[in-house]
Design a protein around this ligand. Structure first.
Ligand code: G6P
Length: 606
């Protein structure tokens, strides 16, 4: 989950590499670096921390090479210090790497035994010495790279340049994505097409196991045995997706405010408002015959999946298995062939989600992917892609992607219910109408945020925050806690309100805010009882609900008044106040809202 770039250019490339890396910072921002080939030798600049530190460095110590590679890092092996920053290089080769070399220990011992000296704590440095070893045996760069690649185990995307051939750039993909860009007498390599968007819109995506030899005349793609494979170049729409913050202070805030539009846009793709019916694409499976749905995802996308479990079980009356992908993939879940498996992912590149998908595919499941990036690996490996139309999400904390995922999943629940006859046409109309009202409600909720600014000052004083919810509001409580902890660094936990008494209640005192997500649905009264339990122990309650605050029956620290809405759609609406609360608390805390510490937007390692 680092970002890598390579350019074979016709003029000095450092500025273009920095520009491409800027669009890859969502993949990590612990350090950044660039190496170029200059007059037969390699030159490098690196800097700890964000890309702007590298830019400052390049301002005083520029690079003039027309062939170069660059990297923005999310640290796995080795601390995020300059010494461990990529590119790693010696006088013959420079390498950038995204992913993990699993057999690095074994290779490190072997290469140390051969006299190669390791300077860093990274797994990447083994690639550098391995390629150098084969070069030292007299092999030309392409052959040395091929043999070295064959010896690597793990998940990686790599870019390599060589001091004695400034017309050569090698890329390799095993796991994490890698795109080749075609220019006019120039060639490019990038972790995604958006990185290359200002350079070219003609892209070839490498498949798993591919490696590529780029020269200024074009690219040749091979499999690991060295056999040429054909990969088609396509026109990418990435250039039209380039985004800026507009008038917003942070991308996260802008993305929160885009929700009425992207929810409407996404819903428009799956429902016919005029007919009051879902118009779902064929999933390659008879929905009427589906008797089990499996869902897997990570992080925020996982919570969208948990909401879907409640929806599908209630409205379509079939059991739904859901688990985080990192567990699911190793659980050896027994799956009867012919089931439907749904994978939810903003990036479409999350390594664990992808492996869970592959497991289900191998076990005869029909695969549907709910992704925001249609060209992603998860999209390409699925039987059906159900896109979320959220546009690029830049803030590391997911917001509009989440509500867009919920929009698709809500339609999926209706589609399965209709096919199975658990929902009739009148009920379908009612649910579709409820969904069609969501963008308007969200828009109203976003009109005035001054209230959240005040509340955020209170929350920012806390060391721990609890979020409670029941039924379909439980995953929203968990999502609220995740949002708060990831961007404000305040410890937060989401609990099923009924579980409170089985442990977390011990934490409650007057210093612990308890955020209660409680729309007035059939479970409201029960959640109110749990709220009383908190109040009796001095807990500071923030009630997010459509009921008047008097109905809480206890003293509240604050009441976030929600619009009245159909119970089916409350997860879509109640996601918004928990996002705003986390956002404004992070602003009060002065954290880096769009790029919180230690996190990355796209996680292509296990
Ligand atoms: C990271 C991001 C989260 C995201 C999760 C899953 O942890 O920081 O915001 O929910 O990955 O990512 P995906 O791209 O699969 O939705």
């Amino acid at each position: 989950m680092c970002g890598i770039v390579g350019i074979l250019g016709s003029k000095p490339v450092a500025i273009d590499i920095v520009d491409a890396l800027r669009r890859l910072e969502y993949r990590g921002y612990d350090s950044a670096g660039i190496a170029t080939v200059e007059n037969g030798h390699l030159e490098r600049r690196r800097a700890e921390g964000k890309l702007r530190n590298l830019e400052t460095r390049l301002g005083t110590e520029p690079l003039s090479g027309t062939t170069g590679i660059g990297h923005t890092r999310w640290a796995t092996h080795g601390r995020p210090i300059e010494r461990n920053a990529h590119p790693h290089m010696n006088d013959r080769v420079a390498v950038v790497h995204n992913g993990i070399i699993e057999n690095f220990q074994e290779l490190r011992e072997e290469l140390t035994g051969k006299g190669y000296v390791f300077e860093t704590e990274t797994d990447t440095e083994t690639v550098l010495h391995l390629v150098t070893y084969y070069l030292d045996q007299g092999m030309p760069p392409v052959e040395a790279s091929r043999i070295a690649l064959n010896r690597l185990r793990g998940a990686f995307a790599l870019g390599l340049i060589f001091s004695d051939d400034k017309n050569l750039l090698i890329g390799a993909r095993q796991g994490p994505p890698l795109a080749i860009g075609h220019g006019d007498g120039e060639m490019y390599l990038g972790s995604d097409a958006i990185a290359l968007a200002s350079l070219t819109d003609t892209i070839t995506y490498l498949e798993d196991g591919d490696w590529a030899v780029l020269t200024r005349a074009g690219v040749q793609v091979f499999d690991l045995s060295g056999k040429t494979v054909h990969r088609t170049a396509i026109k990418s729409v990435a250039s039209s997706l380039l985004v800026d913050k507009g008038n917003y202070r942070h991308f996260m805030l802008k993305e929160i405010h885009e929700q009425p539009e992207v929810i409407a846009h996404t819903l428009g793709n799956y429902i016919d408002m005029a007919e009051g019916a879902v118009k779902f694409p064929a999933l390659g499976i008879d929905l009427a015959g589906v008797n089990r749905v499996t869902i897997s995802a990570c992080g925020t996308a996982y919570y969208a999946g948990v909401v879907a479990k409640y929806w599908i079980e209630k409205y379509a009356r079939i059991p739904v298995e859901i688990d985080v992908a990192s567990e699911f993939r190793y659980r050896e879940v027994p799956l009867a062939p012919g089931g439907l498996a749904v994978f939810v992912s903003q990036s479409g590149e999350t390594a664990d989600t992808l492996e869970a998908l592959r497991y289900c595919k191998k076990n005869g499941q029909v695969i549907a992917a709910i992704v925001n990036v249609r060209t992603s690996t998860i999209a390409r490996e699925s039987n059906t892609v159900l896109p979320t139309l959220a546009g690029p999400e830049i803030g590391v904390a997911s917001t509009k992607a989440f509500t867009s995922q919920l929009s698709v999943l809500a339609c999926l629940a209706i589609a399965i219910g209709r096919a199975r006859g658990t929902i009739d046409a009148a009920k379908e109309k009612e649910l579709v109408k409820a969904l069609s009202e969501v963008p308007r409600h969200v828009s109203t909720m976003l009109r005035d945020e001054s209230f959240y600014e005040g509340l955020a000052h209170e929350i920012s004083k806390a060391r721990d925050v609890l979020y409670l919810g029941r039924g379909v509001s439980y995953p929203i409580a968990m999502e609220g806690a995740l949002k708060l902890k990831e961007i404000s660094y305040i410890h937060a936990e989401g609990y099923a309100a009924g579980e409170l008494k089985h442990g977390p209640i011990a934490l409650i005192d007057e210093n612990v805010p308890v955020i209660v997500v409680a729309p007035e649905d059939e479970l409201f009264e029960k959640t109110v009882s749990n709220m009383q339990e908190v109040a009796a122990r001095g807990g500071q309650i923030v009630l997010i609900s459509d009921v008047a605050k008097e109905k809480a029956g206890c003293r509240l620290l604050s009441h976030i008044k929600m619009p009245k809405a159909h119970p089916f759609t409350t997860p879509l609406l109640y996601a918004v106040p928990v996002q705003l609360l986390a956002y404004h608390t992070a602003v009060v805390m002065g954290t880096d809202v769009d790029q919180p510490r230690n996190l990355a937007k796209s996680v292509t390692v296990e």
